[in-house]
Design a protein around this ligand. Structure first.
Ligand code: PMP
Length: 397
């Protein structure tokens, strides 16, 4: 008998599905501002120079493709610890496991919460990256949302967030926070708001799961740790999921880490052993190449400087494009004020466009953005800025 005949088709991934529609679109002026990848002035997602150099060295020097340990390359793990935590937290309280991207880290963390700390529920901002609830669901981790975006859809409503945390969470619940460059809104808490959040997280005895996928894309590699450190000053325990997809441009190499901070070395060791057990029965051990690239760059002072410069360039280009968009929008039609975008950080901006306007942009102008109105600023170009702004103005009028 045919077992598979009863399988129904899964709904397409909402964002990757848009790219399929984009590729099929015959409009010569089409523009894809949906998927979260960085593009340079020529529209390409480049390989960083420091990465190319590290790869050349690896080709010459790499001596084995033997398995890595379950928790990955030791040199890589040590660099992640230094880059993310500096000397803010004692090294013997942090377990770092190399993971297949930030997504892999989030999945391992979710499995850990379910297997070690159930009953537990995780609270996510509304809105959040669409894959967050999907990963939690897949792991069997119950999730719920706290308010984040204000009713104007262009600002952060910290009071609503705190009220939800104060009134809805139970002690021991987990809370998902975006360390910087909130996806999809681009709106981050201010330093004072981070303090308020950290106090509430501590008071409600919540376990923070911090998604740190965009270090360096907000205000700078060091500056972007502000929210994380404010939290770590307030609590003894946290899980941080990091990714080098964006800041090293290593999207397809799948390089990230799950970092667990415990109150002391003993508790860290026990949790680390459980994390390793989770990895062993999932993907067994992480891929070597991407981690080796990052370790090669960060082992070498010159390559590290080069990397920091390249991150800075990407960050500044995104800021420039965001500003250009706001300036150009002012010149369209009777003038449109998008200055609320200026404090937004990271690859994405929430434009405030409605699902209907988003649909018109696609149908009439071949411009693809996500239904929520999230625009990938890093996908804009100077060359097509006028065309983009004219189209946005047309659907607004
Ligand atoms: N978290 C957020 C908020 C993201 O936007 C992304 C990438 N889109 C990730 C995590 C993970 O990315 P990756 O698995 O490619 O490292």
């Amino acid at each position: 008998s045919q077992r598979l005949a009863s399988v129904s088709t899964a709904p397409p991934d909402s964002i990757l599905g848009l790219t399929e529609a984009f590729l099929a679109d015959t409009n010569p002026n089409k523009m894809n501002l949906s998927v979260g990848v960085y593009k340079d002035a020529s529209g390409k997602t480049p390989i960083l120079e420091c990465v190319k150099e590290a790869e050349r060295r690896l080709i010459d020097d790499e001596s084995t493709k033997g398995y890595l340990g379950i928790d990955g390359l030791p040199a890589y793990r040590e660099h992640v610890r230094q880059l993310v935590f500096g000397d803010r937290v004692e090294a013997d309280r942090i377990a770092v496991l190399q993971s297949p991207g930030g997504t892999g880290a989030l999945r391992v963390a979710s499995d850990f919460l379910v297997t070690q700390l159930s009953p537990i529920r995780i609270w996510m901002s509304s809105p959040t990256w669409a894959n967050h609830p999907a990963i939690f669901n897949a792991a069997g981790l119950p999730s719920d949302t706290y308010r984040y975006l204000g009713s104007d859809r262009t600002s952060f409503d910290v009071d609503a967030m705190i009220e939800d945390l104060d009134t809805k969470t139970s002690p021991g619940d987990a809370i998902l926070l975006h360390a910087c460059c909130h996806n999809p809104t681009g709106i981050d808490p201010t330093p004072d708001q981070w303090k308020q959040i950290a106090e509430t997280v501590a008071m409600r005895q919540l376990l923070p799961l911090i998604d740190f996928a965009y270090q360096g894309f907000g205000d700078g590699l060091t500056e972007d740790t502000l929210g994380l450190y404010t939290l770590l000053d307030a609590v003894d325990e946290a899980i941080v999921c990091t990714s080098f997809s964006k800041n090293f441009g290593l999207y397809s190499e799948r390089v990230g880490a799950v970092c667990l901070i415990a109150a002391d070395a003993g508790a860290m060791k026990a949790s680390q052993s459980q994390l390793k057990a989770i990895v062993r029965s999932n993907y067994s051990n992480p891929p070597r190449h991407g981690g080796a690239i990052v370790a090669t760059v960060l082992d070498d002072a010159k390559l590290t400087d080069q990397w920091k410069g390249e991150v800075e360039q990407m960050r500044q280009r995104i800021t420039r494009l965001r500003t250009d968009f706001v300036t150009t929008m002012k010149t369209t039609g009777q003038g449109h004020d998008f200055s609320f975008l200026l404090p937004q950080r990271g690859m994405f901006s929430f434009s405030g466009l409605t699902p209907m306007q988003v649909d018109q942009l696609k149908q009439k102008h071949g411009i693809y953005i996500v239904g929520s109105g999230r625009i990938n600023v890093a996908g804009m170009s100077e060359e097509k800025m006028q065309q983009l702004c004219d189209a946005v103005a047309a659907v607004l009028e």
